[in-house]
Design a protein around this ligand. Structure first.
Ligand SMILES: Cc1cc2nc3c(=O)[nH]c(=O)nc-3n(C[C@H](O)[C@H](O)[C@H](O)COP(=O)(O)OP(=O)(O)OC[C@H]3O[C@@H](n4cnc5c(N)ncnc54)[C@H](O)[C@@H]3O)c2cc1C
Length: 557
């Protein structure tokens, strides 16, 4: 009895301490803020923004105000297995599209890094070669961006760091861990390797074959977001952090200089000013929305909404995302998969022993098919991949696989619905209107199915019921007609990004130049996933790299 009591006491103490760290992140009183000037104002504390604010304050000594629409993280953010709880709650913007799909994005300190699946993935050197070619900016090749990945990295896999010392390191603020996939996912990887797919585990230069994602978790199994890594417990007196503050307008003077921002907190409007610069890190939809509300965007669109145009730029265009479909299989032997319940035993295991099913989060295995390389110019750039995970269906655990067309032809537009800053923007996108996208997704599923239906996998999983509204063929269950029907009826866009593309000039459709400056407006930069020109469903490590690169550029230009 007394030992249970001391375990519970220890549990309460640990949870309290974590909760206090989250709650104490804000360090400026709203009453002291109205009309004040800071050297820099950073809007949005996500994967990129938290890093930008921290580095500017730490490396220049300048005064920095970080404004975030969401509030502090909670204990749920720390536990990888509770990812679904935070994703479905108030910490998600849940942005609308013109279809039935809603887009996830974090509204909390740490932004999407606080609610995401924690996969740490950088993409291949060919990805950055395409990025540099599309933008005309050779500053974005793999060699050029690598130092900014390394700067924040604290890779806890000593073997990996020893094997690839030029690509990984310890000592940065973001811990990254290798997590062993559960037994069933290991079986899927073995099955894939039986079809000739090679293991690329840990090799940062390879993208074709099978791998297991590293996760942004620390040595105790806790999620690491940029909020926990850069903002909580920071010792910087010149970095002021304020949450629940929705920035609604960038104040731009007649000389087209950004001089301050307007924001709302608890229904009251405030204005703050910047001596030096304003940096937008509000994420793909947030940054485009804010620019357009402030008169920076496509002339026609702004005029339709009665917003005076300050700079006619392609804001909101080039919205990008991979295109995905999902299939499920029934797991025959349910004892192969651990239940991720929030039982007291599991909670004690997680917080005190740092083990158990709560340390595990979904989607940890990735398979990319060499048959579907982007094109011959970029042979190591994958275009067709699948990710697998387990999940619940009723009282059974099932195996999902998500087939992903990484660079579809379909692109979208982020548009304002009205000039009211409290109305969310909408993404207009016709997802399965391009025949080649549908054909390619069918091809990926056809490459994936043999892996899941092989005699080896039949010991562990079996076909689930058909997709509602689609009929498998009598002679060949997964015939093309059935798969086309699946793609047309069951698709999603994991990993929205873009909207403010990087490039050499506004005439080329770009919004942001190589120094992250918004064309035509002084003292205004965009540093987040909205400048990305090539889609990928894993934007977290890349956005952190953008944060490091952007901060370095601001400091040195
Ligand atoms: C559910 C989910 C799962 C994902 N899984 C993975 C994964 O496993 N691996 C991976 O690599 N990527 C993953 N991603 C994608 C990845 O997390 C994002 O690409 C990345 O975090 C984007 O970083 P960002 O800095 O551009 O924006 P964000 O991190 O989204 O930050 C933007 C911040 O700005 C704030 N903001 C917005 N508007 C305003 C405003 N007007 N005023 C003040 N603040 C504002 C937001 O609240 C937010 O905190 C996932 C994303 C989600 C949502």
């Amino acid at each position: 009895m007394s030992s249970l009591f001391s375990v519970l006491l220890m549990l309460v103490t640990i949870i309290n301490e974590k909760q206090n760290n989250h709650q104490n992140v804000e360090n400026i009183n709203i009453d002291n803020i109205y009309g004040r000037k800071f050297d820099y104002i950073v809007v949005g504390s996500g994967s990129a923004g938290a890093i930008v604010a921290y580095r500017l304050a730490d490396e220049t000594g300048a005064t920095v105000l970080l404004l975030e629409a969401g509030g502090p993280q909670t204990i749920y953010n720390d536990v990888p297995a509770f990812r679904g709880v935070v994703e479905s709650g108030v910490q998600n913007w849940n942005y609308p599209t013109n279809g039935s799909i809603h887009l996830d994005a974090g509204r909390v300190f740490g932004g999407s890094s606080a609610i995401n699946t924690m996969n740490y993935y950088r993409e291949s050197p060919d990805y950055y070669r395409l990025w540099a070619d599309i933008t005309g900016l050779q500053e974005w090749t793999f060699d050029k961006v690598l130092p900014y990945f390394l700067k924040s990295e604290n890779n806890l896999d000593a073997k990996l760091v020893a094997k690839y010392p030029q690509y990984h390191r310890t000592g940065g603020r973001v811990s990254v861990s290798t997590i062993q996939p559960i037994e069933l996912l290991q079986k899927v990887l073995i099955s894939a390797q039986k079809f000739g797919l090679k293991s690329t585990l840990g090799d940062p230069r390879q993208s074709m074959g099978t791998t297991v994602f590293q996760k942004t978790t620390d040595a105790n199994g806790n999620r690491v977001s940029t909020g926990t890594a850069f903002l909580e417990n920071n010792k910087l007196k010149n970095l002021k952090i304020l949450g629940n503050s929705l920035v609604t307008k960038i104040l731009i003077n007649k000389q087209k200089q950004a001089i301050g921002v307007e924001f709302y907190r608890s229904d009251r409007k405030y204005r703050v000013f910047a001596n030096k610069e304003i940096i937008l890190s509000a994420g793909s939809l947030g940054t485009s929305k804010l620019l357009m509300l402030s008169g920076v965007g496509p002339r026609d669109h702004l005029q339709q909404l009665g917003i005076p145009v300050i700079a006619d730029l392609n804001v909101g265009r080039n919205f990008l995302s991979p295109l995905a479909t999902m299939m499920t299989f029934d797991i025959i032997n349910q004892s192969m998969v651990e239940q991720q319940t929030d039982s007291l035993d599991n909670i004690i295991d997680f917080f005190i022993n740092h083990t158990g099913p709560l340390t595990y989060s979904a989607l940890s295995a990735l398979i990319c098919f060499p048959e579907l390389a982007y094109n011959q110019t970029y042979p190591e750039l994958s275009n067709g991949c699948l990710m697998t995970r387990t999940g619940q269906q009723g009282n059974r655990t099932i195996l999902y696989f998500l087939t992903i067309l990484r660079r579809p032809k379909a692109t979208g537009r982020i548009e304002l619905v009205s000039s009211d800053p409290f109305t969310e923007p909408i993404v207009n996108m016709c997802l399965v209107c391009q025949n080649s996208d549908v054909d390619n997704l069918v091809k990926i599923i056809k490459l994936a199915i043999p892996i899941f239906t092989s005699p080896y996998m039949k010991q562990y999983i079996r076909i689930n019921s058909p997709i509602a509204g689609c009929t498998p063929c009598a002679d060949n269950y997964f015939c093309d007609d059935y798969l086309r029907c699946l793609v047309l009826n069951r698709h999603n866009i994991p990993g929205p990004m873009g909207g403010c593309r990087l490039g050499v000039s506004s005439e080329s459709g770009a919004v942001v130049d190589k120094n992250f400056r918004v064309f035509g407006i002084n003292r205004l930069r965009v540093i987040d996933s909205s400048l990305i020109p090539v889609p990928v469903e894993q934007g977290n490590a890349i956005s952190m790299m953008i944060g490091e690169y952007g901060a370095h550029t601001v400091i040195n230009s």
